[in-house]
Ligand binder design. Structure first.
Ligand code: VGL
Ligand code: ZN
Length: 236
């Protein structure tokens, strides 16, 4: 695949107004100013041909781009690892990608090297055209801790600041799309719940990695955490 450089994002101001999180128009769910869309990790590395390819990962791009037009507040996340990141199997002698090991903060699946800071693979995919997204949250700066959720690192305590940003804008509900359903999308939606936000995953705008049953486990954990699961046709 062609690796093109990361797109620029324009800024615009918009005021969040106090109103219900969403309303039903003609039986459909219409995101309003208190809803935000979080677009997770739509980067070259996860697209077919990338080093941590998610099956069919780029197929969701047109749908995500269309869904984004329905939201005033859109946040992109970008996996942005140090080259020596602890989650890379290459950093542990004798370990292979997709094995698990125990690290000080818990169980860690080991990954192929991916999304190393400032590499082409870490760039947002060129077809993800969401000019009105104002915030990009970069993750995995800490070489010793993996960080799936857009809100809190895997140590369970270090925050990215995204909850403050959303709350300052009056956001009450987040919709989550992107890659991968069973890791970064799922953890983001569940942490949103922990932080007092409503959370909905738009399942046909996500794709999973599905290693060792991780996809089914993630959907079960999300349901238990009160994360809603919809298909994109449910949106007005
Ligand atoms: C992800 C594994 C490693 C994801 C990111 O996007 O879910 N998975 N880094
Ligand atoms: Zn990663």
């Amino acid at each position: 695949m062609a690796f093109l450089s990361r797109r620029g994002f324009t800024t615009a101001t918009c005021a969040a107004v106090a109103s219900p999180a969403s309303s039903f128009a003609a039986g459909k769910l219409a995101p309003d100013a208190t809803s935000a869309l979080i677009v997770v990790y739509m980067q070259n590395f996860f697209a077919p041909g990338g080093s941590l390819a998610v099956a069919d990962g780029d197929a969701v791009i047109p749908l995500i781009t269309a869904i984004a037009t329905k939201f005033r507040t859109v946040v992109l996340t970008q996996d942005w690892h140090t080259a020596d990141h602890v989650s890379f199997a290459s950093q542990h002698s004798g370990r292979k990608p997709f094995e698990s090991m125990t690290l000080p903060y818990g169980k860690q699946v080991l990954w192929p090297d991916h999304c190393v800071q400032s590499t082409e693979g870490a760039a947002i995919h060129k077809d993800v055209k969401i000019a009105h997204a104002q915030l990009v949250i970069r993750k995995d700066f800490n070489p010793k801790v993996d960080s799936y959720s857009a809100f809190i690192e895997a140590d369970g305590k270090t925050k990215t600041g995204l909850d403050g940003y959303l709350k300052a804008r009056g956001i009450k509900t987040v919709y989550v799309v992107g890659l991968a359903t069973d890791f970064c999308v799922g953890w983001t939606a569940m942490d949103a719940r922990k932080l007092g936000l409503a959370a909905t995953v738009i399942e046909d705008a996500c794709r999973g990695i599905d290693t060792n049953g991780s996809l089914a486990k993630a959907w079960a954990a999300m349901a238990k955490a009160g994360v809603k699961r919809i298909r994109s046709q449910a949106l007005a």
